[in-house]
Design a binder for this molecule. Structure first.
Ligand code: PGA
Length: 255
């Protein structure tokens, strides 16, 4: 029932794909296909594609996001991009804590929390990624682990600020592997995340938060995943690079 209270959000996570010229082509393919979407549609693109993406999405219903941001506003952090820089361009969303950042670039729950603080302070909407490795699932610690990731990430975030947070549950073993969590597995963890939010804030606050599933979501499995009470959208990697596939997932929110 509470599902109707929340806006479904389908976001593409392009990762390290597409040059600016390619980004323009892909967005121009996506835009007409999603113009009647029943959900919010977002593309999170590499930094170098942001300008092009902002230009190409003008007058469309597609929002633009970055894939990370630093926690300091400026300074001696060679190679980094800050939240004020993103905001000043007109970027609306930022992914924080993606498992690829955690696995390959030393991201921790504590740095995730710092980045979220910076993003919120600069008026960006956050897509916070959490999720377990296969070994952790096999150990039976998924619920505890994900709850801990959420608690640390949201330390110091107020109930008012929670309105600018989307949480993406992304089991690491399902990302880019073609192995999707079953709809029941996704629902179970998304429900745990919502229960964690209720314990940190209040039930109504938790009921208002959009929780996405991510990990090999595609046009074939999207409808079933999105039919679950606590799965309010998707963070889409591979399938977001193909306009018809991405649009089909957007369409699946209409069920
Ligand atoms: P995938 O990636 O859809 O390619 O599994 C999802 C993600 O990493 O956000």
């Amino acid at each position: 029932m509470n599902k109707q209270l929340r806006k479904a959000v389908i976001a593409g996570n392009w990762k390290m794909n597409k040059t600016p010229a390619e980004a323009k082509v892909l967005i121009e393919e996506i835009a007409p296909l999603v113009k009647d979407a029943a959900c919010d549609v977002v593309v999170c693109v590499p930094y170098v594609d942001l300008c092009t993406a902002l230009e190409a999405t003008k007058g469309t219903n597609i929002g633009v996001g970055a894939e990370n941001c630093h926690w300091e506003p400026s300074g001696a952090y060679t190679g980094e991009i800050s939240a004020p820089m993103l905001k000043s361009m007109g970027v609306e969303y930022v992914i924080i804590g993606h498992s690829e950042r955690r696995t390959y670039f030393g991201e921790t729950d504590v740095t995730v929390n710092k980045r979220i603080r910076a993003a919120l302070d600069n008026g960006l909407k956050v897509i916070l990624c959490v999720g377990e490795y296969l070994e952790q699932r096999e150990q039976g610690i998924t619920a505890e682990l994900v709850a801990m990731q959420v608690k640390i990430a949201l330390g110091g975030v107020s109930a008012e600020e929670l309105k600018n947070i989307i949480i993406a549950y992304e089991p690491v073993w399902a990302i880019g592997t073609g192995l999707t969590a079953t709809a029941d597995q996704a629902e179970e963890v998304c429900a745990c995340i919502r229960a964690t939010l209720a314990s940190l804030y209040c039930q109504d606050c938790a009921n208002a938060v959009t929780i996405q599933y991510g990990g090999s979501m595609n046009p074939k499995n999207a409808a079933e995943l999105l039919s679950k009470e606590n799965v309010d959208g998707g963070l889409i990697g591979g399938a977001s690079l193909k306009a018809p596939d991405f649009a089909a997932i957007v369409e699946a929110t209409k069920q």
